[in-house]
Design a binder for this molecule. Sequence first.
Ligand SMILES: Cc1cc2nc3c(=O)[nH]c(=O)nc-3n(C[C@H](O)[C@H](O)[C@H](O)COP(=O)(O)OP(=O)(O)OC[C@H]3O[C@@H](n4cnc5c(N)ncnc54)[C@H](O)[C@@H]3O)c2cc1C
Length: 502
Amino acid sequence: MGLTLAVDLGQRGVRCVLLERKEAPQFLPKMERCNARTMEIFRRMGIAAKVRAAGLRGDVPMDVYIVRALNQPPLLHHPYPSVDEARRQIDACNDASQPLEPYQLISQYTLEPLLKSVAESLPSVSVRYGCEFLSFEQDASGVTVRTKTSSLRAKYLVGCDGGGSVVRQQLGIALRGDGNLLRFRQALYRCDELFDRLPIGGGPGHGRHYHVADEHATFLIMQDSTRHWTLHATLEEDAAMAPQFEKAVGVPVKYDMLYVGEWKQNLLLADRFGEGRVFLAGDAVHLVIPTGGLGMNGGVGDAVDLGWKLAATLRGWGGPQLLASYGIERRQVGERNVAASRYASQGRRKWRSLWRNLDELVAVAEVEQRKSNEMIGAELGYRYEDSPIIAGEPGGPEHDFREYRPSTWPGARLPHAWLAGHVAIQDRIGPGFTLLNSGKADTRTLQEAFKGIPFGVLDIPDTARELYGYDLILLRPDLHVAWRGSRMHPEPRKLAALVTGH
Ligand SMILES: Cc1cc2nc3c(=O)[nH]c(=O)nc-3n(C[C@H](O)[C@H](O)[C@H](O)COP(=O)(O)OP(=O)(O)OC[C@H]3O[C@@H](n4cnc5c(N)ncnc54)[C@H](O)[C@@H]3O)c2cc1C
């Protein structure tokens, strides 16, 4: 999360220092899928193409299988589109139901060095690996940070230091929920021939996840190179991970086991997302089970919610409510993501517990496994409620993990729309506040009210107006709706003050 935030701040010209304890990025497996919303965010940062070039090829499907072993007929096969297919669907659709970008499979060990190099290219960002944070003290004007070798003074500190966050512990903020639910061993293998020889379904049965119906909750995940694979299983010994891989693959292949480690399933949320001048983001404040892929992706959401608010406050146009809104907005998303992850993992457990009765397992998994892989509502549909910087409306659509129902309800992400010439509306929206105007309203009073604040007006065609349902939509720099109306707000100054945190 730290690197995403550093890129966001750096692109806004904010001076910042990233402290990382590790000497260098490590080749250790963790997340592997950026969801559609994260890819939209990366597109706005101008790095989506780089991420795709470094990640999995666009033509490989993201199918999910349940198997006894790869050399046996699959018990269940859920096809999911490759990036190329998903893009074709997006290109052909203009009802706001699709994201602008498809997901992208990219292993965390590929993404981290990529983000690091982007952050290092930004003149206002200083990236310091091999630099361990030890402690901080905050006062009315800033934060003093102590590292192993020196001390630093900054206006704000953001703890993006993972599940064991020292920053969170120093703030005395507890994580609540269910910790240590299940322990897994995870191993990383290099196997050059498996991708082309995947025996499943007559072969090669290309896909992303291969769940083995067994007593060890075994599952095999293809990594971005298609030459690396990870296997997870509830096994006690490191040494058991090599034979388990061979058993899952079912045909003899040449491979090297590069790493074995342990990880635990947690469903935890912090009571608060910071205090005073110190904020927390990512796994430091929410730990979910990777089922559903809301961990890293949720953290990217934290980073872009906080980035513009920090920049605005440092530039002097952000009021006191702006930074205060960070915890209010992101904690509720964290809470919903923990719930979505619980819902998905309970589904997974349900079918897994039936491994002795494969007919029943298949019937249950047909419904329950989808909960892990069909989370588009949680990914795109999150909406900030009761935020002090959003002109809210009473009521609002239900939050749905599984389905995405496009909405411009205040607090929601602006649904994607194509404009003339197949230009995405997101690409026309600048880095500040933007008023979408269907052309009928006189926007001068609002422009006047935003004087000194990054602000622009974008005229939208009737097709987009129809999708959005309102003549005027005020967007924040992170593309969330701050206000909407069918005529100009009666008190533009009040509106500008509200959405900038005054
Ligand atoms: C097996 C597995 C699969 C996953 N799959 C997915 C997926 O597909 N999609 C998804 O969205 N998420 C997934 N996740 C979750 C995802 O990996 C995490 O949510 C994500 O890494 C969190 O990022 P973070 O930056 O908040 O924390 P971390 O990745 O833990 O990074 C924290 C960083 O802070 C550094 N640090 C810690 N303490 C200090 C200190 N005192 N001083 C300096 N530096 C310090 C650490 O070295 C580390 O680099 C998966 C997780 C696991 C375990």
